[in-house]
Design a protein around this ligand. Structure first.
Ligand code: AMP
Ligand code: MG
Length: 441
């Protein structure tokens, strides 16, 4: 791969996303080849990424399955209605094979329950709602008079899932790189997998920088603030199934910064926060450049989050197992220190790399649409991601900005549940228009 150009690289949001997606795809491919794996209990597998395929151990469903309570019939017998059929048996879910009628002949039906196997000869199931057993109508109730009257016809195949229609024995149900959601876990359970092989969680080092930042257990001086970024990031990393590692807070001074960056580069991914803006004491880029880092971008035309930095650095020991031009590298992001910017840039960029390091197949960011409640005026040039509240009923999603004091306002972002996304060329969004929204979790 060609080396990114030296010096500042300012990209649009789409360009920056593309760069991250490209790198994420490379990382995922290498993880699929040689990522470290472990086995986890199915109960602990939610959110983990499969490292081996899950296949069907038998046909799904393993028998033609009735999807209704009713009567298994030959659909051709119901061409004239009402039709009266002889009931030759009852089939419960889980019925033993030797108790199921061998075949349903013309003029016959079998009472059948949801989830029970449909006998040979029958090609449809009539719902019980459209049937009346005739033996109830007979005064002396002879048990051997088993007939049913049917008032509705059925198409061939109706209310039956044929054997193997969901998957054939041996078919791939879940591929490597699939992130296990609840349905995938149900699927694994349905083929008897009580444990699953998954990729190990990536270790993500968190290095916050700033002379004003103190540990949350310390009593801050009058001009100091507590480190909140490492905690929002740790929560976001855990949600994305990474393992956060908090490094000590780095000072705004190269000598103190360098060894902590070197320490952070020993993880699978390094996230720095703060120190990437234009201030005299923003030294993160300089420290990384001295370590021969490659920068894919050093700024993106977004707000919040404009100073975001993405790159990779050659490391002595192959920690993440990722190589570039035969040399082991660790990827890093320099996220802006403003707490809202930190959270937004993690979601927009860093999460994709973390997912790739976890072996997950790349996925796109998801944008929804909602009606804007109140007009928004802004300036052009930057794509905005502004904290907002999404509400409203089905079919009438509404969204409005949370009042905020800018990218440092953690209280405002804690009240929000999404971001309104404003394209860089829009100056004014009018009340009632459909706007793009990105959910914040
Ligand atoms: P910087 O990106 O270093 O210029 O910081 C931008 C703003 O974010 C400043 O107001 C910092 O005090 C604040 N900030 C930086 N790091 C943190 C952190 N870890 N927790 C909370 N606020 C921070
Ligand atoms: Mg700073």
């Amino acid at each position: 791969m060609s080396r990114p150009p030296a010096g500042p690289t300012v990209l649009s949001f789409e360009e920056a996303r593309r760069v991250v997606e490209e790198q994420a795809a490379l990382i995922q491919a290498s993880r699929i080849q040689s990522g470290e794996t472990e086995s986890v209990d199915l109960l602990a597998a939610a959110g983990r990424v499969l490292s081996e395929r899950v296949t069907a151990d038998r046909d799904l469903p393993p028998f033609p399955r009735s999807t209704r309570d009713g009567y298994a019939v030959r659909s051709a017998d119901l061409s004239a209605l009402p039709a009266t059929l002889e009931v030759i048996g009852e089939i419960k879910a889980g019925e033993r094979l030797d108790r199921i009628p061998a075949s349903i002949a013309s003029g016959q039906a079998a009472s059948i329950m949801t989830g029970a196997p449909v006998p040979a000869g029958a090609d449809a199931v009539v719902m019980v709602e459209y049937t009346s057993p005739l033996n109830h109508l007979i005064e002396d109730h002879r048990a051997n008079d088993h007939r049913v009257e049917i008032t509705r016809s059925v198409a061939p195949g109706e209310n039956i899932v044929p054997r193997g229609a969901e998957a054939r024995e041996g078919a791939i149900l879940l591929d490597r790189g699939f992130r296990l959601n609840p349905a995938a876990i149900a699927l694994a359970a349905s083929v008897g997998k009580s444990r699953l092989p998954v990729y190990k969680r990536p270790r993500v080092a968190l290095l916050t920088t700033g002379d004003e930042i103190v540990d949350i257990d310390a009593t801050p001086g009058p001009t100091q603030i507590r480190n909140s970024n490492s905690f929002s990031l740790a929560a976001q990393i855990q949600q994305a199934n990474g393992e956060p590692i908090l490094l000590p807070i780095a000072p705004d001074e190269l000598q103190g910064l360098r060894p902590l960056i070197a320490e952070g580069l020993k993880s699978d991914l390094l996230l720095l926060t703060g120190g990437v803006s234009m201030g005299r004491y923003d030294l993160v880029e300089q420290a990384l450049a001295e370590m021969q880092a490659e920068f894919f971008f050093t700024s993106a035309k977004i707000q919040p989050g404009r100073p975001v930095v993405f790159g990779r650095c050659v490391v002595e020991t192959p920690t993440a197992g990722i190589v570039a031009g035969e040399r082991p590298v660790t990827y890093f992001f320099g996220l802006p220190g403003n707490p809202v910017s930190t959270m937004v840039t993690f979601k927009l960029f860093a999460r994709s790399m973390l997912e790739a390091l976890a072996g997950q197949a790349p996925r796109k960011l998801v944008f929804l649409h909602a009606r804007l409640k109140k007009e928004i005026r802004t300036r052009t040039g930057l794509q905005r991601f502004l904290p907002a509240i999404l509400s409203g009923e089905f079919g009438q999603a509404e969204v409005e900005l949370v009042p905020w004091q800018g990218s440092g306002d953690i209280a405002a972002i804690a009240r929000s549940n999404c971001y309104i996304v404003i394209p860089a060329d829009r100056e004014r969004l009018t009340a009632g228009e459909w706007v793009a929204v990105m959910k914040s979790d």
